[in-house]
Structures are given as structure tokens and as C-alpha cells.
Unconditional design. Sequence first.
Length: 318
Amino acid sequence: AEYVQNMFDCICSLMLLKTNQIAFGNLQGLELMIRMMREKVFAATLALKLVDHSLRHCPENCQIFVEKLGLKVLFAIFMKKGAKTKKQSEAKEVEEHVTSIVQSLCRYCTGTPVARVLNKFVENTFEKLERLLEMHEEYNRSVQEADQARDQGLAQKIDRELEVNEEEQLFLDRCDAGLFTLQQVDLILVRLVNMGNRQATEEIGKLMDVKGVKLDEIKKIVVEYCTNLGQEAQEEKAEVISYLRAMLTRYGGDANGVEVTTAAGSKTPQDLDGAVTPDEADPNQATDDEAPAPQATSDNEEEKDGKKKEIREKKHRN
């Protein structure tokens, strides 16, 4: 078991290079991981982790994942259907990877694949939207408790072995409490509101009212996420801020203090006008049970290096 885990960790590290992600998609790696997740083999959680790493910042693999029937098994895990994990820590890790994958799909999929992703949140009387807001409540409460513990001096001492300062230790404590998962959940909500589907947009507003989820909570988390993005992620920052302002305006929230930036190539909510949504998609399109095989394409190499990756990685994962 340890050998298998080490092997998966090595492959996840290889996914930091865009060329390796493309090769993984071309060599049917995603199809194998989907099969392992579907059959619930002992390495299913490791397969989920590898899928997460292979989809980050990789539009080609996101398209392949949808076309290769990955949505059905992914959202079954998202809804906690099937075998249960033994430990709470394992369940939190699974939710972290699932939300990261969904966020990548919402961000990078285009055309029919993004319509199929949105369809998943619309089907079965919006049960997945409800689950998404429940996760926001759960993780927002957990992060707030971690903040209170720090204020009361109950948080763990700074780990000198990691060579981190107090601010970095605070960030690590909040990540342990589920900050990254909370950020992914709120990013998914912001992107879903701006996908151009009236039903989904209205239902999100209704569910937020029913569950008492405040716009300011989502605003605070998303703004914090954008603040921590590096210089190389300015395009994403401009895109997310634009979507957040549109969401706040749509639901009557306060958009003051949300910085408006424009980066070359970044999308705005207006760019999605006319995009294919479940209301407009071809009714004869392929479903999760039948889909054509896509052809992945190559792209320029993108590298990540530097010290303290365990600290900084979660600031840039999406």
C-alpha cells in the first residue's frame, strides 16, 4: 500500500508540468483513473487525487474528463454515494479534491462539456446545488472556529521545521480547517451564477436565503482568495473579481471594495452571453453513459518550482 501511494505521489508531482499533463491525457491516464474510481478499488482515493492534479490549469484534460464519462462517478462522490471513508480526515481530503476538480471543470470546459457540467447541478431538483451550499456552511464554520482559536491563543505552535513565520502558520492552520475547500466551493458558486442559466442562478439565490448563507461571507472568501494569487495569476484574478461583482449586483449585495481589474484574455460575465447552457444545449447530446472520445492537443510547457511548495501550493490551486 505504501509503495502504491508513493507511486501516485510521484505521478502527481509530474503533473506540475503542462507537457506531462497533456501526455497523461493522451495516454488514456484519465480513463484509467475514472475506471478505478468507478470500481471503488483500494486506490480510488489516490486516483481522485491524481485526477485533481492532472486537471489543474489544463483545459485539454478537463474536456477529456467530461467526454470520458467522468462526471457520473465524480458527482456520485460529491453527493457521498457509495462506500464511506473510515476516517474524517480522509473524507475531508476527498471533498477537497472533488471540489477542486469541479472548479477546474467550471473554469476550463467550453461548449457542450460545460453545459453537461451545469446540467449536473440542475438535475434532480438542484440537489447538488443544495449540497454545495451545505459544504459552504460546514467549512465556513470550521474556518471561523480556527480563527477564534488563534485569537484565543489556542492554536498550535509555529512549526519551526517548516521554516514558516506566524502569518504562514496562520494560513496553514486555516487550510487544515478547510480553507482551500471553502474557497473552491465559493468559486464554484460564483462561476455557476455567471454561466448564463436562469434556473440555476435563481435557485442559488433561493437556497442562499433558505440556508442563511450571506453574500458577504462568499465575498470575503473570494476576495481573500484573489488577494493571495500570485503575479502570474492576474488573468484569473480579473476574471473571478468580475464574476463576483456580477453576482453581488445580481443578488443585491454590496460590491464596494471589490477591486475591478482587467487582464488580457480574462473573461467577463458578458463574454458568456450566448454560451451553451442546459436550457439551450442539444437534447440529443451525449450523456454520461455515452460519449465520443476527444482528441487532446499539445500546449506550451508551464513549470512551477521554488521552495515551500506545501505552503504556497494551496494559494494557487483552483
